[in-house]
Design a protein around this ligand. Structure first.
Ligand SMILES: [Zn+2]
Length: 65
C-alpha cells in the first residue's frame, strides 16, 4: 500500500499520507500548519527489494512505527 511518511519542514510535524499518485504529493500540505514545505520520507519498510539498485545491506526498518 502506498503510504508515505512526510515531514513538515516548517514546523517539524511528521505525518503519514495515503498517496495514490506521485503527482498528488505536490498537493500535500502539513495538517498542522498548512505549509507546503513538505519533505517525503523514504519508507524502506514496506518496500520489498525485487530488483536491487545497488542497495545492499539490511533493510532499514524504522523502529518507531
Ligand atoms: Zn507544519
Amino acid at each position: 500500500m502506498p503510504v508515505y511518511e512526510f515531514k513538515c519542514e516548517n514546523c517539524g510535524k511528521e505525518f503519514e499520507k495515503f498517496v495514490i499518485s506521485q503527482s498528488k504529493v505536490k498537493e500535500i500540505k502539513c495538517p498542522d500548519c498548512g505549509s507546503k514545505n513538505i519533505k517525503k520520507k523514504i519508507t524502506a519498510c514496506g518496500v520489498k527489494g525485487t530488483d536491487s539498485n545497488g542497495i545492499s545491506g539490511t533493510p532499514s526498518c524504522s523502529p518507531f512505527g
